[in-house]
Design a protein around this ligand. Structure first.
Ligand code: NAP
Ligand code: G3P
Length: 481
């Protein structure tokens, strides 16, 4: 498999090309020694040419009938599903996701693309009459349609290289935009395979052009380019904040980091709470923006909860993604260093180690820390790794205060049997979503998905993503009275 992933060319104007710079970016596997693939490192000139190509065909693409666009998206979805094994193998290799998770990501993407086409096919504009407003005339008919913004810059993160790319490309394309696709470097090999499927589906040349290269090198140039009409970004808060600063007047949708709390009330069904917290905190080694990244538990059930969490943490499958493990090596050594530093800081400051704190290269064993206090970094920092801090609270109010004290506001979970209390707390929480008696997660993908504060700006979820990539266009008919 590896040898076929070297010198992957980039896709522009329906052609596969090598960069004239001769520069490539090496892709290291999170769990395998050595280089597993290389992608082209595009120059600014080549990136600008890709944007020009997308701009040139955008108006033509916008005129293609919605049914034809939908049929092309269905073909793309079929092509992706047809290469599910190959795509999953590539994802496992470059982002260390287990084959099972990678395959379900491809299936989720297939469903996402198809649902996006159907959503657009069943969405109509609206018409308004002037006489609804005082003094207005009924002979004034306003037709409100939605039109594409133009060329969308779609920037995706490493952790869902296929799904969080298609979740930008599909709504952009069905609504008549063309796309500059900038995959995460650790995810670019999967991104290129998505383009192979895209090419086989038969879309017009230039409708999607992929730009590979390090975001820190080519990212700002793409974001600031005058012919980029909108930016849809998923990634870290720091990168997102920088992007928002330099995007100027362009509309941007940002899906950023999180520090989702699992709030466990004294009346919670602890079996349900433990099951959801364990999968919420440790699946894909916690490398999910929606992972549960802290537990806020009522004092009088804390001992019981921690003992149950410990028992489940110790049962987690740890090791190579090739063996279907849940806790797998992290994306790179820099991430693993960051997670280890959070564990060390907490233990130095008096946290109790309940499980874990064992490291083998990029593999951090699932770690559970109790008696975590506010002076410990792990109480606030997004680890994007398999470490879960438990913070004991004396009341719902204390839990709400701690939850809202975070710079993040993506999601939160509340575990309780008291629905009134659940809604009282939910209403107080500063997050994009609240899960009652369930783990924090994105989807089902037609649900709105958003973060507030440092977790993002704008809303995703299929219908919202289409709205974010289009704008109203009003045409007024002034009929004879
Ligand atoms: P990241 O380091 O911020 O990278 C995200 C994307 O931005 C990558 O494609 C990256 O390219 C690109 N990039 C880097 N610098 C850029 C620049 N100056 N201008 C434009 N693009 C630039 O995030 P990550 O490590 O891939 O993903 C993990 C983070 O994403 C976590 O914080 C996680 O919470 C967040 N995330 C959020 C969501 C959500 O939906 N809320 C979903 C997934 C992940 P390179 O790869 O080439 O650097
Ligand atoms: O981090 C990716 C984010 O979008 C989470 O998705 O489905 O794992 O909750 P999910």
């Amino acid at each position: 498999m590896e040898s076929t992933l070297t010198a992957q060319r980039y896709y522009v104007n329906g052609e596969w090309k090598e960069s004239t710079t001769g520069n490539v970016v090496e892709i290291m596997s999170p769990y395998k020694e050595g280089v597993v693939g290389t992608v082209q490192a595009l120059s600014q000139e080549e990136a600008a040419a890709a944007i020009q190509s997308a701009k040139q065909v955008q108006k033509e693409w916008a005129k293609v009938s919605l049914q034809e666009k939908a049929d092309l998206l269905y073909k793309w979805a079929d092509e992706l599903l047809a290469m599910q094994d190959e795509l999953a193998q590539t994802m496992m290799l470059e982002v260390g996701k287990s084959l099972k998770d990678a395959k379900s990501e491809v299936q989720r993407t297939y469903d996402y693309i198809r649902y996006t086409a159907q959503e657009a096919l069943h969405t109509n504009g609206e018409s308004m009459r002037g006489d609804r407003f005082p003094g207005g005339s009924s002979s004034k008919v306003g037709i409100v349609d939605r039109v594409p913004l133009g060329v969308i810059l779609a920037i995706s993160p490493f952790n869902y290289p296929v799904n969080l790319s298609a979740s930008k490309l599909a709504p952009a394309l069905i609504s008549g935009n063309t796309v500059i696709f900038k995959p995460a470097t650790q995810g670019a090999l999967s991104g290129i395979k998505m383009m192979e499927a895209f090419d086989r589906a038969g879309f017009p040349a230039g409708v999607v052009n992929i730009v590979t290269g390090r975001g820190s090198v080519i990212g700002d140039f793409l974001v600031e380019h005058k012919d980029i009409s909108m930016v849809s970004f998923t990634g870290g808060t720091k990168t997102g904040e920088n992007l928002a600063k330099i995007a100027g007047m362009k509309p941007v949708v940002l899906e950023l980091g999180g520090k989702d709390p699992g709030i466990v009330r004294e009346d919670a069904d602890l079996d349900k709470a433990v099951k959801n917290i364990i999968s919420g905190a440790y699946s894909y080694s916690g490398q999910r923006c929606t992972a549960i990244k802290r537990v806020l538990v009522h004092d009088n059930v804390a001992n019981d909860l921690v003992a149950r969490l410990q028992a489940e943490v110790e049962k987690l499958a740890v090791g190579s993604p090739e063996d279907g493990n849940t806790v797998v090596p992290l994306i790179d050594s820099k991430s693993a260093d960051g997670v280890q530093a959070l564990i060390d800081d907490a233990l130095e400051k008096g946290a109790t180690l309940i499980a874990g704190n064992k490291r083998e290269g990029n593999l951090i064993h699932p770690t559970l820390l109790d008696h975590v206090t506010e002076d410990m970094e792990v109480a606030w920092v997004e680890p994007f790794g398999p470490v879960l801090p438990v913070i004991r609270v004396g009341s719902d109010e204390e839990a709400i205060e701690l939850a809202n004290k975070s710079e993040y506001g993506l999601q939160a979970s509340i575990f309780t049997r008291d629905v009134d209390k659940a809604f009282y707390i939910a209403n107080e929480l500063e997050t994009g979503a609240v899960q009652i008696n369930g783990r924090t997660e994105r989807g089902p993908d037609h649900f709105p998905f958003l973060g507030v504060k440092g977790s993002g700006m704008g809303t995703q979820g299929i219908a919202n993503s289409i709205l974010s990539m289009t704008r109203e266009k009003l045409t007024v008919l002034n009929l004879d009275k």
